[in-house]
Design a protein around this ligand. Structure first.
Ligand SMILES: [Cu+2]
Length: 229
Protein backbone atom coordinates (compact mmCIF):
# COMPACT_ATOMS: atom_id res chain seq x y z
CA UNK A 1 0.00 0.00 0.00
CA UNK A 2 1.20 3.49 -0.80
CA UNK A 3 1.11 6.03 1.98
CA UNK A 4 -1.22 8.98 1.39
CA UNK A 5 0.53 11.58 -0.71
CA UNK A 6 2.97 9.13 -2.32
CA UNK A 7 0.94 8.82 -5.49
CA UNK A 8 0.88 12.59 -5.89
CA UNK A 9 4.63 12.83 -5.29
CA UNK A 10 5.29 10.11 -7.88
CA UNK A 11 2.97 11.87 -10.32
CA UNK A 12 4.67 15.24 -9.69
CA UNK A 13 8.11 13.67 -10.15
CA UNK A 14 7.01 12.11 -13.44
CA UNK A 15 5.67 15.45 -14.70
CA UNK A 16 8.90 17.23 -13.73
CA UNK A 17 11.01 14.51 -15.37
CA UNK A 18 8.83 14.66 -18.48
CA UNK A 19 9.12 18.42 -18.71
CA UNK A 20 12.88 18.17 -18.26
CA UNK A 21 13.17 15.56 -21.03
CA UNK A 22 10.99 17.71 -23.28
CA UNK A 23 13.15 20.76 -22.56
CA UNK A 24 16.33 18.80 -23.32
CA UNK A 25 14.87 17.34 -26.51
CA UNK A 26 13.55 20.64 -27.78
CA UNK A 27 16.62 22.62 -26.80
CA UNK A 28 19.01 23.21 -29.67
CA UNK A 29 21.51 24.59 -27.20
CA UNK A 30 23.12 21.17 -26.85
CA UNK A 31 26.20 21.51 -29.03
CA UNK A 32 27.81 18.70 -30.98
CA UNK A 33 30.34 16.58 -29.11
CA UNK A 34 33.90 17.83 -29.41
CA UNK A 35 36.17 15.34 -31.15
CA UNK A 36 39.44 15.15 -29.23
CA UNK A 37 42.62 13.81 -30.83
CA UNK A 38 45.80 12.81 -29.02
CA UNK A 39 48.83 10.94 -30.46
CA UNK A 40 47.53 8.89 -32.23
CA UNK A 41 43.94 8.13 -31.14
CA UNK A 42 40.53 9.76 -30.91
CA UNK A 43 39.23 9.94 -27.32
CA UNK A 44 35.97 8.07 -28.08
CA UNK A 45 34.74 5.43 -30.52
CA UNK A 46 31.74 7.60 -31.46
CA UNK A 47 30.56 11.20 -31.23
CA UNK A 48 27.04 12.66 -31.30
CA UNK A 49 25.58 15.73 -32.99
CA UNK A 50 22.17 17.03 -34.04
CA UNK A 51 21.36 17.73 -37.69
CA UNK A 52 22.71 21.07 -38.90
CA UNK A 53 25.66 21.14 -36.52
CA UNK A 54 29.42 21.24 -37.07
CA UNK A 55 31.60 19.61 -34.40
CA UNK A 56 35.00 20.96 -33.48
CA UNK A 57 38.24 18.98 -33.45
CA UNK A 58 40.63 19.59 -30.56
CA UNK A 59 44.18 18.36 -31.05
CA UNK A 60 45.80 17.67 -27.67
CA UNK A 61 48.69 15.81 -29.27
CA UNK A 62 52.02 16.84 -30.75
CA UNK A 63 51.41 15.21 -34.13
CA UNK A 64 49.16 16.60 -36.85
CA UNK A 65 45.60 15.26 -36.99
CA UNK A 66 42.35 15.79 -38.87
CA UNK A 67 38.81 14.48 -39.23
CA UNK A 68 38.12 12.99 -42.68
CA UNK A 69 34.91 11.19 -43.68
CA UNK A 70 35.48 7.75 -45.15
CA UNK A 71 32.80 8.21 -47.79
CA UNK A 72 32.53 10.72 -50.62
CA UNK A 73 29.86 13.40 -51.03
CA UNK A 74 28.03 14.47 -54.21
CA UNK A 75 31.06 16.52 -55.30
CA UNK A 76 33.27 13.42 -55.28
CA UNK A 77 35.31 14.72 -52.34
CA UNK A 78 35.09 13.77 -48.65
CA UNK A 79 31.52 13.92 -47.28
CA UNK A 80 32.92 16.07 -44.43
CA UNK A 81 36.40 17.05 -43.31
CA UNK A 82 38.44 19.34 -41.09
CA UNK A 83 41.74 21.01 -41.85
CA UNK A 84 44.84 19.22 -40.52
CA UNK A 85 46.04 20.91 -37.33
CA UNK A 86 49.04 20.33 -35.07
CA UNK A 87 47.39 21.91 -32.04
CA UNK A 88 44.36 23.90 -30.91
CA UNK A 89 40.88 23.53 -32.38
CA UNK A 90 39.30 23.66 -35.80
CA UNK A 91 35.80 23.08 -37.22
CA UNK A 92 34.66 20.06 -39.19
CA UNK A 93 32.97 21.24 -42.40
CA UNK A 94 30.23 19.43 -44.34
CA UNK A 95 28.50 17.83 -41.33
CA UNK A 96 25.87 20.60 -41.38
CA UNK A 97 24.33 18.93 -44.48
CA UNK A 98 24.09 15.42 -42.98
CA UNK A 99 20.76 13.76 -42.22
CA UNK A 100 20.17 11.35 -39.34
CA UNK A 101 22.54 8.41 -39.49
CA UNK A 102 25.95 7.00 -38.63
CA UNK A 103 29.00 8.16 -40.55
CA UNK A 104 32.50 6.76 -40.18
CA UNK A 105 35.60 8.92 -40.28
CA UNK A 106 39.30 8.69 -39.63
CA UNK A 107 42.36 10.87 -39.40
CA UNK A 108 43.78 10.57 -42.91
CA UNK A 109 47.32 10.76 -41.51
CA UNK A 110 46.77 7.91 -39.00
CA UNK A 111 43.95 5.88 -40.60
CA UNK A 112 44.82 2.65 -38.78
CA UNK A 113 44.75 3.92 -35.19
CA UNK A 114 42.37 6.86 -35.56
CA UNK A 115 38.89 5.70 -36.59
CA UNK A 116 35.52 6.70 -35.10
CA UNK A 117 31.90 7.30 -36.04
CA UNK A 118 29.73 10.41 -36.05
CA UNK A 119 26.14 9.74 -34.99
CA UNK A 120 23.70 12.36 -36.27
CA UNK A 121 20.51 12.39 -34.19
CA UNK A 122 16.98 13.04 -35.40
CA UNK A 123 16.93 16.44 -33.68
CA UNK A 124 17.62 19.71 -35.45
CA UNK A 125 17.42 20.14 -39.21
CA UNK A 126 20.17 19.88 -41.82
CA UNK A 127 21.41 22.92 -43.73
CA UNK A 128 20.36 22.77 -47.41
CA UNK A 129 23.21 21.34 -49.48
CA UNK A 130 24.75 23.68 -52.11
CA UNK A 131 22.75 23.28 -55.34
CA UNK A 132 23.78 24.95 -58.59
CA UNK A 133 22.47 24.98 -62.14
CA UNK A 134 24.52 25.98 -65.18
CA UNK A 135 22.64 27.15 -68.29
CA UNK A 136 23.72 28.62 -71.60
CA UNK A 137 23.15 28.73 -75.33
CA UNK A 138 25.35 27.80 -78.25
CA UNK A 139 26.37 30.32 -80.87
CA UNK A 140 28.82 31.21 -83.58
CA UNK A 141 32.04 29.25 -83.30
CA UNK A 142 34.10 31.91 -85.11
CA UNK A 143 32.95 34.61 -82.70
CA UNK A 144 33.71 32.53 -79.61
CA UNK A 145 37.14 31.50 -80.95
CA UNK A 146 38.02 35.11 -81.86
CA UNK A 147 36.82 36.73 -78.63
CA UNK A 148 37.97 33.81 -76.51
CA UNK A 149 34.95 34.07 -74.23
CA UNK A 150 32.12 31.74 -73.26
CA UNK A 151 29.26 33.08 -71.16
CA UNK A 152 26.86 30.97 -69.09
CA UNK A 153 24.32 31.68 -66.35
CA UNK A 154 24.88 30.04 -62.99
CA UNK A 155 21.96 29.85 -60.57
CA UNK A 156 21.98 28.69 -56.98
CA UNK A 157 18.85 27.20 -55.40
CA UNK A 158 20.57 27.22 -52.00
CA UNK A 159 23.58 29.08 -50.59
CA UNK A 160 26.52 27.80 -52.64
CA UNK A 161 30.06 28.82 -51.70
CA UNK A 162 33.17 27.95 -53.65
CA UNK A 163 31.62 27.64 -57.12
CA UNK A 164 33.92 27.32 -60.15
CA UNK A 165 33.43 26.69 -63.85
CA UNK A 166 35.49 24.74 -66.36
CA UNK A 167 34.94 24.78 -70.15
CA UNK A 168 36.08 21.69 -72.03
CA UNK A 169 36.28 20.56 -75.64
CA UNK A 170 36.48 16.78 -75.41
CA UNK A 171 39.15 16.17 -72.80
CA UNK A 172 40.96 19.45 -73.44
CA UNK A 173 40.36 22.30 -71.00
CA UNK A 174 39.61 25.55 -72.85
CA UNK A 175 39.33 27.79 -69.81
CA UNK A 176 38.27 28.06 -66.18
CA UNK A 177 37.02 30.68 -63.73
CA UNK A 178 38.19 31.69 -60.30
CA UNK A 179 36.09 30.56 -57.34
CA UNK A 180 32.98 32.59 -56.52
CA UNK A 181 30.04 32.40 -54.08
CA UNK A 182 26.30 32.55 -54.75
CA UNK A 183 23.55 33.27 -52.24
CA UNK A 184 20.34 31.23 -52.16
CA UNK A 185 18.20 32.19 -55.15
CA UNK A 186 21.00 34.18 -56.80
CA UNK A 187 21.67 33.98 -60.54
CA UNK A 188 24.79 35.33 -62.22
CA UNK A 189 26.11 35.60 -65.77
CA UNK A 190 29.68 34.37 -65.75
CA UNK A 191 32.23 34.72 -68.54
CA UNK A 192 34.91 32.07 -68.95
CA UNK A 193 38.03 33.34 -70.67
CA UNK A 194 39.54 30.77 -72.99
CA UNK A 195 43.27 30.12 -72.89
CA UNK A 196 45.43 30.79 -75.94
CA UNK A 197 45.69 27.09 -76.73
CA UNK A 198 41.95 26.75 -76.09
CA UNK A 199 41.20 29.47 -78.62
CA UNK A 200 43.54 27.85 -81.15
CA UNK A 201 41.91 24.43 -80.70
CA UNK A 202 38.47 25.90 -81.23
CA UNK A 203 39.53 27.96 -84.28
CA UNK A 204 40.50 24.74 -86.11
CA UNK A 205 36.96 23.37 -85.85
CA UNK A 206 33.98 23.95 -88.12
CA UNK A 207 31.57 23.07 -85.32
CA UNK A 208 32.12 22.09 -81.74
CA UNK A 209 30.31 21.09 -78.58
CA UNK A 210 31.74 22.77 -75.49
CA UNK A 211 30.92 21.36 -72.09
CA UNK A 212 30.78 23.85 -69.22
CA UNK A 213 30.75 22.22 -65.81
CA UNK A 214 30.06 24.07 -62.60
CA UNK A 215 31.31 22.48 -59.41
CA UNK A 216 30.67 23.43 -55.81
CA UNK A 217 32.08 22.03 -52.57
CA UNK A 218 29.60 19.66 -50.87
CA UNK A 219 27.12 19.84 -53.80
CA UNK A 220 26.59 17.98 -57.07
CA UNK A 221 28.22 19.39 -60.22
CA UNK A 222 26.09 20.57 -63.14
CA UNK A 223 27.04 20.60 -66.84
CA UNK A 224 25.66 22.41 -69.87
CA UNK A 225 26.54 21.59 -73.49
CA UNK A 226 26.99 24.52 -75.84
CA UNK A 227 26.80 23.78 -79.57
CA UNK A 228 28.91 26.12 -81.67
CA UNK A 229 28.53 26.33 -85.45
CU1 LIG B 1 46.15 11.75 -36.85
Amino acid sequence: MLKPGTARRVFTAAVVAGALLFALGAGSALAADQIVATDDVFDAPSYAMDQGERPTLLNNGVNSHNVTARTKGPDGRELFSSPTINGGTTTVDGTQYLTTGTYSFWCSIHPLSMQATLNVSGAGSPVARPDIDVAGKGGKLKKVAKKGKVTVTVSAATASAGVKLVAKLGKATLGRTAVFDLAAGQSRKVTIRLSKSGKAKLAKKKKASIKVTGSVRFGAPDTVKLSLK
